[in-house]
Design a protein around this ligand. Structure first.
Ligand code: GLN
Ligand code: ZN
Length: 765
């Protein structure tokens, strides 16, 4: 008997982003649905062949999705909101993509897409299921069965993956607040039972059923729902073996619930939560198969295989191979596909990394070591140990100066000299701004021309000097235009930036960038997160030249513009050999140098963007406090090197602050700008109980649509904000940066915004 190896799920996008190409040409009307489905099938075939060829025993199926697996589950269950006018029968690609992306320019009017939100604590976004009162469910798509059969026809016996019923319902929402999604469980279970029955009928032996909700804080009703659901499913398909998969954390107080479920196997994330292993081993029922998730599905580092074996061999011995499986911590969806494509990476760094393909090999190697002994894979283990050892000792990673500086950080470095009230006065005296000062969030439209120039410069067809002249011309025009319109605090426009994280990462030591390291963010949108591999420092100023140039063009204050330490961390692959917190503080120190240099260059206002601050919150409430403490401390470490008369701004692209408002206050930025226009200032509710102490710019212009808000509309929003905030606290600005908009849209909107501020001033005199 050999140990079962599995992958839980493989990236869907294709090594060369083939899925994106296929989707986008279909959406553009260049290819029909048949061609798209053929391309998708080819990607599945290749993924199965790749995994089977590598020696994986349980190859997944139905882990593929044209857009999103939660959307696939809604479609499987026939949970299709009435507005998409589905009338039963198979769900057409047209309906599927209408739910995914909305429709634009249809004769009968535009349909909105389903809402989209983050999948647990990843940067993957799923389409939120939307339930109506009296929601009915029916088997509307047989995707899991179809793809199982498709693989079977190719000679691959797969383990189908389905998103479990309880997690699925908990991810959903209803416009009717009184509707508890869990009350819909009796309706979805028969459909799940039908799917499982058919899979068993077609010869499936195991089915993987994902219930990552088991790593969250659960209420009793939710635990009871799990117990009920699995009792029903186990009874409905007695012969089929269910592997209940949990990931992104430990089971902790849900362990008993999980161990009582009548399933054949339980998957554990032993990367995020290694400590749970002992507990599980001592309490798991004798017959339960345990799947050990030991290869990191959320990060890009090569595993130290001998070290993993040291931990896992005793567990396998105790359990028996027939009751053990080896796999990644979670689906490999969240890592790039193939490191072999990265020809340009530093060879040392490359020798420390593993993407999905390499991780599959690691899993298979672990399986062989367990089955046939370590000697059978001696070379692989030796390579792995050697990589771990060189990484540990490499001067490319370890910078004594950075470590010493970090250790020498004192508490006063994270405090401004004077409290906010005193700083405010100093800053007002220095800046001389009117009441309701106007500003923008940083970027101006990234026009076709700007993007073309950047691409040409990257290719080498546009020289450094020419590119710089071009950017200067754009910046100057933006500055002139802001002056003409009458904006009070100007920005330079960020024309020189490709991306708010990449631009800084490329100038910091300790960061690396891949060429093909794409990871799905949502639908056909992929990101290429930087890799933070070593101690981070700033060899030289990063933005001072641009900010100083822009300031030289105007007598008005020019805001310096930086990406904050938490966002720099959150949107990167982070080293796993030291706590995230430590890496974050290193980034903060590097940014602190930049803040101080901007101040020295005469910049009187510096904005440090933290759009990812809230999404860094851990999944479990008990872990919130420590996170918030170091996140706030990192921001303050970056911000607090300046004199009290220098004004620090921050920006966040949301305002669901109710839970964390005290931490937002503790960041002690002199001014914060947040998103509030979309919700018509409702999100300011957080400020009814907590009086936000510093100044605040609740966005009055929703930049996510091309629509131009009127003066009346923005004045009304400001008046509404003035009910919750003191008028002399309020700044006037859009919701977010303007880079995705066109100048034709931005110009009239900002003209109106400036006028709205004037009206507020007049009214308050
Ligand atoms: N300064 C950035 C911009 O304007 C902020 C972007 C963001 O918050 N996501 O583009
Ligand atoms: Zn924003």
């Amino acid at each position: 008997m050999s140990i079962v190896t599995s992958t839980l799920g493989f990236p869907r996008i294709g090594p060369r982003r083939e899925l994106k190409t296929a989707l986008e040409s279909h959406w553009a009307g260049k290819t029909d649905a048949r061609a798209l489905l053929d391309d998708a099938a080819a990607l599945r075939t290749a993924a199965w062949a790749r995994q089977q060829g590598a020696g994986v025993t349980h190859v997944p199926s139905s882990d593929f999705s044209l857009y999103d697996h939660v959307l696939d589950t809604s479609v499987m269950l026939g949970a299709i909101p009435s507005l998409y006018e589905w009338r039963g029968g198979p769900v057409s690609p047209e309906t599927y993509f209408a739910m995914a992306r909305g429709t634009r320019g249809r004769a009968d009017g535009d349909l909105p897409a389903l809402e989209m939100t983050k999948w647990f604590d990843t940067n993957y976004h799923y389409m939120v299921p939307e339930f109506a009162p009296g929601q009915a469910f029916t088997l509307a798509s047989t995707k899991p069965i179809d793809e199982f059969l498709e693989a079977k026809a190719l000679g691959v016996r797969t383990r189908p993956v389905v998103l479990g019923p309880v997690t699925y319902l908990l991810l959903g929402k209803s416009k009717d607040d009184a509707l508890d999604p869990l009350s819909l469980l009796p309706g979805v279970l028969p459909v799940y039972a039908e799917v499982l029955r058919r899979l068993a009928g077609e010869g499936a032996d195991w089915v993987q059923i994902d219930e990552p909700c088991l790593v969250l804080d659960l209420a009793d009703a939710q635990r009871n729902a799990l117990a009920h659901a699995y009792k029903v499913l186990a009874a409905a398909v007695p012969g089929l073996k269910l592997l209940l998969t949990t990931y992104f954390g430990g089971l902790d107080d849900n362990l008993d619930t999980a161990l009582e479920l009548p399933v054949a196997g339980l998957h554990l994330d032993l990367v995020r939560a290694p400590a749970q292993l002992d507990d599980v081993l001592s309490r798991a029922p004798a017959g339960l198969v345990l799947s050990f998730g030991v290869i990191d599905g959320r990060n890009v580092w090569q595993a130290d295989l001998p070290a993993i074996l040291d931990r896992i061999e005793p567990a396998v011995d105790r359990r028996g191979v027939e009751r053990s499986m080896i796999g990644p911590s979670c689906s490999l969806l969240h890592v790039p596909i193939d490191l072999d494509l990265e020809a340009g990476l530093d060879p040392d760094l490359k020798s420390w990394l593993a993407f999905a393909v390499q991780k599959v090999d690691e899993i298979v190697t672990l399986g062989r070591a367990i089955d046939r002994g370590r000697a059978d894979v001696a070379d692989e283990l030796e390579d792995s140990a050697a990589a771990a050892a060189t990484r540990k000792a490499s001067p490319k990673i370890h910078d004594g100066k950075v470590k010493a500086r970090l250790d020498a950080v004192t508490p006063d470095m994270t405090r401004r000299a004077k409290p906010f009230a005193a700083r405010r006065q100093l800053q007002r005296d220095r800046l001389g701004l009117p009441a309701f000062p106007t500003t923008t969030i940083g970027s101006f439209p990234q026009t076709e021309e700007v993007r073309k120039a950047r691409a040409a410069h990257a290719k080498g067809t546009l020289g450094d000097a020419e590119y710089r002249d071009f950017l200067r011309k754009e910046t100057k025009a933006a500055v002139r235009w802001q002056e003409d319109v009458g904006i009070d605090v100007l920005v330079h426009g960020e024309f020189e930036r490709n991306d708010m994280v990449q631009y800084f990462g490329e100038q910091l030591s300790g960061y690396a960038f891949t060429k093909h390291g794409w990871v799905q963010s949502y639908g056909s949108r992929y990101v290429r997160p930087p890799v933070i591999f070593g101690d981070v420092s700033r060899p030289r100023p990063m933005t001072v030249e641009w900010s100083a140039y822009a300031q030289s063009l105007t007598g008005k204050p020019m805001k310096g513009m930086l990406t904050g330490p938490v966002t720099m961390l959150q949107w990167s692959f982070v080293r796993d050999d030291q706590p995230r917190e430590r890496t974050c503080r290193q980034i903060a120190l590097a940014l602190r140098d930049e803040v101080v240099d901007l101040e020295k260059a005469g910049i009187s206002i510096i904005q440090i963007d933290e759009p990812a601050f809230r999404e860094g919150l851990p999944l479990r409430r008990t872990e919130w406090r420590p996170y918030l403490d170091w996140a706030v401390a990192s921001f303050r470490l970056a911000a607090c090197g300046v004199a009290d008369a220098t004004q620090i701004h921050t920006h966040m692209c949301y305002s669901e602050f109710n839970d964390i408002i005290d931490s937002i206050g503790a960041m002690d930025a002199d001014v914060i700008s947040i998103e509030t226009a979309r919700s018509k200032m409702e999100l300011l509710d957080a400020f009814t109980n907590y009086r936000y102490p510093n100044d605040i710019g609740p966005g009055v212009y929703d930049i996510h649509t091309p629509r131009c808000p009127s003066v009346d509309e923005m004045t009304a929003l400001l008046a509404k904000a003035a009910e919750r905030l003191a008028p002399d606290q309020i700044w006037v600005n859009p919701d977010c940066g303007l880079k995705t908009r066109k100048w034709e849209e931005v110009r009239p909107a900002l003209v109106n915004m400036v006028e709205a501020a004037r009206r507020m001033r007049a009214a308050s005199r």
